[in-house]
Each structure stands twice: as structure tokens, then as C-alpha cells.
Design a protein. Structure first.
Length: 123
């Protein structure tokens, strides 16, 4: 389901859009194709649970791209710390891949609402 990006929503909550990239530890190709899509959907669910907008989640075997909208009151570092911790636990418990770990840190770029489509195509 695609969301039409906008700087605000009808509920009055304004969002700042971010393109985020984070990788597996040592860029090891750990995110396997059979469960990659399920992981991406799970990551989107974590963002929605945090009252964010998951515009697009994609990636390959060694990194993930997210295009997300967060409220101005969100602290990006806190959201990403929670996202990585919860998804790592899910991967260990549900997928059975116990040695999957994320790299420390991430890359994050703010994106204007008018450029969300271009970033989505990049994914």
C-alpha cells in the first residue's frame, strides 16, 4: 500500500521524512531472500507502531533502506535504536538467524515531501 507523502496529515500531526540506510555487521550478506520481504514488512510495522509513516522499506542481503515519516517530536536516534533492537530480536526468535547483527550507526537524510517519490524509486 502506497502512502501519498505530505508534510502533514489530516489528524494535524506533521511529519519529517527521512531516508535511512543501515547495514548488517561487517556488511555480511545475512538478510536472505526467502524472508527479506517479511523483515521489511516487520520494519514498516515497527515504524507505524511508533506513530510514524513507513513510505518504503527495501534492501538487499547486507543493508536496509527505509523512507519514513516521523513526527517532529520523535528523536531519530531513539527510533532507530528501538527499530534495530526489536527487529534483531524478531530475526533471532522468528527466523532463527541468531548471528544477525546490525552495524553500529546508520546514515540518515531528511527528504522533502516533494522528493519522496524520487527516493522511493531509488530503493
Amino acid at each position: 500500500m502506497k502512502h501519498t507523502p505530505s508534510a502533514g496529515r489530516s489528524d494535524g500531526k506533521h511529519h519529517i521524512f527521512h531516508h535511512i540506510v543501515f547495514g548488517t555487521k561487517n556488511h555480511e550478506p545475512m538478510i536472505q531472500l526467502p524472508w527479506r520481504g517479511t523483515l521489511h514488512a516487520y520494519l514498516g510495522g515497527i515504524i507505524r507502531t511508533a506513530d510514524g509513516i513507513a513510505e518504503s522499506v527495501s534492501g538487499v542481503s547486507d543493508h536496509v533502506h527505509l523512507l519514513i515519516g516521523l513526527r517532529a517530536t520523535h528523536r531519530l536516534a531513539d527510533v532507530l535504536r528501538e527499530l534495530k533492537a526489536v527487529s534483531s530480536g524478531w530475526t533471532h526468535d522468528e527466523i532463527g538467524v541468531r548471528d544477525l547483527a546490525s552495524q553500529e550507526g546508520y546514515d540518515a537524510f531528511t527528504v522533502s515531501a516533494s522528493q519522496c517519490q524520487a527516493v522511493r524509486r531509488y530503493h
